[in-house]
Design a protein around this ligand. Structure first.
Ligand code: ZN
Length: 548
């Protein structure tokens, strides 16, 4: 008995160890390896050479980002690269997916022995500095120095007397930034596009002077087949204060066909607004200029855009001085969306949708709905009057505002496309495909959870459409389908409900609606559990980078 038990225990231990070893490859398997590339044949010879320089510059963003993330990151990476064992290779692979020893999909849990939690201030501040110490310190500083200390483009360090000081990025990362500036200047010399030349040479200057304003303005004015985004941008990694920007790069090409489609839709926006299914008094008789949207294909990324879930769209710049004067630009990464569609949405449809409707799910419909979603953010109630005072939807709906706004853009996107189908602008055969694709997409969005604004907004739409008969669940097949007889009216009614609550600025009604519809119900839970083994996102490889 004793022997047997020992044997059994040994067996269990051996198994546990095996699981521990395999866990990293299981974690990595949540990202489907995918090649991301685009056709460069239409580019001028100069632009093609410039592209090569930009790809090199993007790689430098990797190095700066690794340093920004954690002071020990570069040493750890060097160590991981030397480990030739199978587990060592798995660790390296997963490190590269995350650009550090913390697993992004698992709330930044460390996955390498001996590594503690990710420092809240990343490597922007001394690791032993507390929030209180920082606040006490800036309280004693001049206004200009305070601006520096809380600015996007400085780190905070200790001097020889252990006092806090700020260091501009141009000094802190001077080795890499000088090389990057040189590459951008060379690229500027190679391109025949004046707006690209202007952006690249100003960005090169910014890397050396630490003043990014002029180059951000030039980025807004870019009108070029090659569309690079490179520099310090997002502040999420500074979990201490959200002050400091991480370096990243998106080297992309403008997609002319989709840009044309976008222009075509844009010309109908006022007409769509005039026909929104809301009380006419809530419609905007004269839409203002919308912020520009660019559709691009990704060639390569660098820095913060590499790790974890891949960015499929972004809105930049963040610097309020620039956005006040020039607005901001929305960039949609078409081929990244396509990769996600193929690797994730198609298999989701294979599980969640009734067999008869699976073949209706298409990328053209998926991406067109994304375009419509982005455009619809600019339509419907925004500045509103509540009890005689002028305010905004965002202010009145507070923390519910984002989920509502995302749901609005989704569902009114369907309404808008249906409007264009009925008008004959979009061909009729698009209709069924559009609704089936939307339904499959709902599962992808809800999978990210209802803590996320998109996820919560999508749960609300889904349950409303079920209750109103636009979507059906089949108990026997455990799958969902669009009810083509009901979906049109249900989408219209939901657009009406959401936009009316927004127009009234009613927090109470918004809360009631989210309470009623915004959670995941039993049937959907069952489907989501069956999606568990599908990849969550893609892990891109860039064939043009390798071809270099
Ligand atoms: Zn949105």
């Amino acid at each position: 008995m004793f022997l047997k038990l020992t044997f059994a225990l040994t067996f269990i231990f051996a198994q546990t160890e095996m699981i521990a070893q395999n866990q990293l490859s299981l974690k990595a398997r949540r990202f489907a390896p995918t090649d991301i590339s685009a056709d460069v044949s239409h580019l001028s010879a100069g632009d093609r050479q410039a592209l090569t320089k930009l790809m090199e510059a993007a790689k430098l963003m990797d190095s700066i980002y690794l340093i920004q993330k954690w002071s020990g990151n570069m040493d750890l990476l060097a160590k991981l690269r030397k480990d030739e064992s199978t587990e060592g290779k798995e660790r390296l692979q997963y490190f590269l997916i995350n650009m550090g020893p913390w697993s992004k999909l698992d709330h930044d849990e460390p996955f390498i022995d001996g590594i503690g939690p990710h420092p809240e201030g990343a490597n922007y501040y001394p690791e032993d500095m507390s929030k209180d110490e920082f606040n006490a310190w800036i309280g004693t500083q001049s206004e200009a120095r305070q601006r520096d200390a809380t600015g996007y483009f400085t780190t905070v360090r200790r001097d020889e007397n252990r006092k806090l000081v700020t260091v501009p990025y141009s000094t802190e990362y001077s080795v890499h930034l000088k090389q990057a500036a040189q590459l951008l200047r060379e690229a500027a010399g190679l391109t025949d596009n004046a707006t690209l030349r202007a952006f690249l040479s100003r960005r090169a200057t910014a890397f050396l002077t630490n003043d990014y304003y002029d180059s951000d303005v030039a980025w807004m004015d870019l009108d070029s087949p090659v569309e690079p985004t490179i520099g310090p941008y997002e502040v999420y990694m500074d979990e201490l204060f959200n002050y400091k920007a991480a370096f990243e790069a998106f080297i992309t090409l403008r997609n002319d066909a989709e840009t044309k489609k976008l222009e075509k839709f844009s010309s109908y926006l006022q007409e769509i607004e005039d026909n929104l299914p809301i009380d006419p008094k809530y419609r905007n008789p004269k839409l203002g200029a919308l912020s520009p949207i660019r559709v691009v294909d990704e060639i390569m990324t660098g820095g913060e855009s590499r790790p974890g879930v891949q960015t499929a769209a972004f809105n930049l710049p963040n610097d309020e001085k620039v956005t006040r004067e020039k607005g901001s630009k929305r960039v949609l990464l078409r081929n990244v969306q396509e990769a996600k569609f193929n690797k994730i949405l198609t298999p989701i449809a294979g599980i969640a949708l009734e067999k008869t409707q699976q073949s209706l799910v298409g990328f053209e419909q998926f991406f067109t709905h994304i375009l419509a979603h982005e455009l619809m953010h600019g339509l419907g109630p925004n500045t509103i009057t509540v009890d005689g005072r002028q305010t905004t939807v965002r202010k009145e709906l507070k923390e519910l505002g984002s989920a509502f706004e995302e749901a609005k853009a989704d569902i009114s996107g369907l309404f808008a496309l249906q409007f264009l189908i009925d008008k004959g602008v979009i061909e009729k055969q698009f209709e069924r495909r559009m609704y089936a694709t939307y339904l499959a997409g709902a599962f992808r969005t809800v999978r990210f959870g209802t803590n996320d604004a998109h996820g919560k907004g999508m749960a609300m739409q889904f349950n409303f459409l079920i209750d109103e008969g636009g979507v059906r669940y089949n108990e026997a097949t455990k799958a969902y389908s669009v009810n083509f007889e009901g979906i049109k009216d249900a989408a219209r009614d939901l657009t009406h409900e959401i936009m009316t609550i927004q127009a009234e600025g009613s927090y109470v009604k918004a809360k009631a609606m989210l309470d009623k519809y915004g959670s995941i119900r039993m049937d959907m839970k069952g489907i989501l559990e069956r999606l568990d083994n599908l990849p969550v996102d893609i892990a891109p490889t860039f064939s043009l980078e390798r071809a270099e």
